[in-house]
Design a protein around this ligand. Structure first.
Ligand code: SF4
Ligand code: SF4
Length: 734
């Protein structure tokens, strides 16, 4: 939740401070769900205005409000105004964007400026913001402003409302302890997370802060943000169980489970499950695709990804969006039941297929990333595949904000209570930070091996030898090593050997850790590039994941060296005049680095394959992942379509460079995308970051377009030559 304090005065206001409680003449709430969670009226001044965005019609609003809020309104004698801003936005063609609408309401009600003067000023501001980007966007905003006034209503407060004793607001985490799979709140969540979530973090004593700065994981599940207006509904009869909806979900809010049918005997009546179609599972296995209704953001990406239509009604897919109203309660119960089912045996799951891998539980869930985020599916996928073995060094940027924001964290744990280790370092040293994790993990494994050798007789020669010689590159080997470590721990628990305790304390490190160095293009291409290059130049086993949005997203859209030619960004108002750095190609020139470019919306099977290959490679790996972002000026509903267009136009060719192939005498360079089938113009015209230049600098736009087309053709030809065995492709470094 964002709380903005705004002050107006006849004279310039020269100092910054927050509005005091009880002093705000106008309070607005843009999300209805907040009325159940926060004390919204603490800052309202007696006789002031409270504006609420709500889907309820004006005559029903009063009865729909929580009692504490009604009491507060009556007690302070507030005037209540309402608008269904999401409906207005929808009808005006603005999707879910309600900022302009709520701003118009403020000026229309507050009387700070004469109404017409205020409306003209807002339209002028729209022109300034969108005029150069897109006439269509400006027109839509104009339309929304005009429609706002007709849909803004005062609410008559019933006389009998009277003055009541205001009770405290309904707490945040509204369903903790009820049916959402959340039982008692852990002490830390109750004492620290929850107060911060309610906006009272500044009241916490320092003594409650963790002394070493370590915060517990597994806390995003308590939020239940309830921001979706529509959620997906699974049509079990149509579904082919391909798993694509799960694969693309940025919020881990639609999931798949395979389970013995008898486990569903006591399922809620509306819980959907059908026999598993694949022969990979034992007879009697059922499967369910279930949405988390209170964690879904309503982005619609899962529906966009679904390839299956009803032949008798092509608008009906195997998963469709529907208003959340009547679905919230039953789906909440269904999701709680779904979570109570055990994860399918990881050793039996086909990790190399989309439907198989999507049965693996994500250990990254319900992040606060933008609805439809193009980055988070990559992180979720990595946690599904490599789970509790992951150690993540996260560069500052979007991924560190949604990955470790206070008060909750989306990283979570498996049924054994184990999950990824995560930490955020500086922008400029993240690669080195991750390298340190690798060295520490290797050191601990080496030490554990020394102790295993010392205790070999006590442990039994076979177990000791197997622990020491384990091949842990692939899932089967890792699975076997986990069993050995469990057997080792059992033996050590009853051992009287002087070093048994010491070995027990490091035994877990005998399981190979999967180190991931994660960040955006601002880190990898720019600020952290020196360190990244340093780590790539070394032989250590690290996996570097670059979430490439081609711009500094989190800090507001500044140009990075990943920004493509002709894109408008901050510091490139006239379009970026130089080409994007080819980071993947540069890294492949070392010869010993596994390198790949991916775009899951274009080729999900290639993305999955790359993650497996990179992780299994015993040296440094670099995955450069195309990540659509709101900064591109696209509707994130079409996230996957934009990825596909980026690949088909030659903007983002897909390739893999695998040094293992060169060692085996083959060509390490594999081109995974076909020759461009669309002109680059089709891609650039579809994104505001390029298209706005045609309005502001038409000649430059034409020139960049022509240059970008040539560059895309040139790059694809060069990649083709490498794939066909050009000498450079087999270069293995000095
Ligand atoms: S609508 Fe978006 S957040 Fe919700 S389940 Fe589908 S992909 Fe996930
Ligand atoms: S994408 Fe469609 S067909 Fe595939 S699993 Fe999801 S609902 Fe079923």
């Amino acid at each position: 939740m964002t709380v903005s304090h705004l002050r107006f005065g006849r004279d310039p206001i020269r100092s910054t401070y927050l509005v005091e409680p009880g002093m705000a003449g106008f309070v607005a709430c843009h999300q209805t769900v907040f009325t159940e969670r926060y004390d919204l009226l603490a800052h309202a001044a007696p006789g002031g205005v409270f504006l609420l965005n709500t889907p309820e019609p004006p005559e029903r609003v009063w009865d729909s409000l929580p009692e504490s809020l009604r009491a507060g309104i009556a007690d302070k004698g507030l005037k209540l105004w309402v608008i269904d801003a999401y409906r207005v936005a929808q009808e005006a063609g603005m999707g879910r964007r309600i900022n302009t609408i709520m701003q118009t309401c403020f000026f229309a009600i507050s009387g700070i400026l004469p109404r017409q003067e205020a409306i003209s000023a807002i339209k002028h501001a729209v022109d300034k913001t969108y005029g150069k980007k897109s006439k269509r966007l400006a027109d839509l905003n104009y339309q929304a402003i005009d429609m706002t006034l007709a849909n803004l209503h005062p609410v008559v407060i019933p006389a009998q409302a009277g003055i009541q004793e205001a009770t405290s607001s309904t707490p945040a985490f509204p369903h903790a302890g009820t049916s959402a799979g959340v039982t008692d709140l852990p002490a830390f969540v109750r004492d620290v997370t929850l107060p911060i979530y309610r906006g009272h973090g500044d009241r916490l004593p320092v003594s409650l802060m963790p002394v070493d700065g370590t915060f517990p994981v597994d806390t995003a599940r308590f939020e239940k943000r309830n921001i979706a207006l529509e959620i997906p509904v699974w049509e079990a009869d149509l579904c082919t169980q391909c798993g694509k909806c799960v694969f693309v979900c940025p919020h881990s809010a639609i999931r798949a489970r395979a389970f013995p049918a008898e486990l569903a005997a006591n399922a809620p009546a509306s819980f959907k499950h059908v026999p598993a179609r694949s022969k990979d599972y034992p007879p009697g296995t059922h499967i369910s695709y279930q949405v988390a209704p209170e964690d879904c953001t309503g982005c619609g990406d899962c529906v966009e990804a679904c390839p299956i239509h009803d032949k008798s009604n092509v608008s009906r897919l195997a998963v469709n969006m529907a208003p959340i109203g009547p679905l919230r309660e039953p789906e909440r119960d269904n999701y709680a039941f779904f979570l109570s089912l055990p994860e399918f045996d990881r050793a039996a799951v086909k990790h190399g297929t989309i439907p198989g891998s999507m049965l693996l539980d994500p250990l990254f869930e319900y992040s606060g990333a933008c609805a439809g985020c193009g980055e988070t599916p990559y992180i979720r996928l990595a946690t599904q595949l490599f789970g509790d073995r992951m150690m993540i060094a996260n560069a500052t940027g979007c991924s560190s904000i949604y990955g470790g924001n206070l008060p909750t964290t989306p990283y979570t744990v498996n049924a054994e209570g184990k999950g990824p280790t995560w930490s955020n370092s500086l922008f400029e040293d993240n690669a080195e930070f991750g390298l340190g994790m690798r060295l520490a993990a290797d050191q601990l494994m080496d030490y554990a091996k020394v102790l295993v050798k010392e205790l070999a007789t006590e442990l039994g020669g076979d177990l000791a030898a197997a622990l020491l010689d384990a091949d842990q590159r692939e899932e089967a080997g890792l699975h076997a090593q986990r069993h050995r470590v469990a057997a080792l721990s059992e033996k050590l628990a009853t051992s009287s050997h002087a070093r048994a305790k010491e070995l027990a304390s490091v035994a877990e490190w005998l399981i190979r850790r999967s180190v991931w160095i994660v960040g955006g293009d601002g880190w990898a291409y720019d600020i952290g590039y020196g360190g990244l290059d340093h780590v790539l130049a070394l032989p250590y086993d690290v996996n570097i994941l670059v979430l490439d949005t081609e711009v500094y997203s989190n800090t507001g859209g500044q140009t990075s060296k990943a920004t493509p030619l002709g894109a408008v960004a901050k510091f490139s108002a006239g379009g970026k005049a130089t080409a994007k750095k080819d980071l993947a190609k540069l890294a492949s020139d070392y010869g010993h680095v596994y390198v790949a470019t991916v775009a899951y919306g274009a080729k999900d099977t290639q993305t999955l394959r790359v993650f497996h290959e990179a992780e299994a490679y015993a040296g440094p790996s670099l995955i450069v992942a195309y990540s659509p972002c709101i900064a591109h000026g696209v509707d994130m509903l079409y996230n996957q379509r934009q990825q596909d267009l980026a690949v088909k136009s030659g903007h983002w060719p897909l390739f893999r460079f695998d040094p293992r192939l060169a060692e085996a005498g083959g060509n390490p360079f594999k081109l995974d995308s076909a020759a461009p089938s669309q002109p680059i113009k089709a891609f650039m015209d579809s994104e505001t970051r390029f298209a706005m230049l045609a309005r502001s600098h038409p000649e430059a736009s034409e020139r960049f377009l022509a240059e970008a087309q040539k560059a895309a053709e040139r790059r694809f030809k060069a990649y083709q030559e490498l794939a066909q065995g050009h000498p450079d492709a087999t270069k293995t470094g000095a």
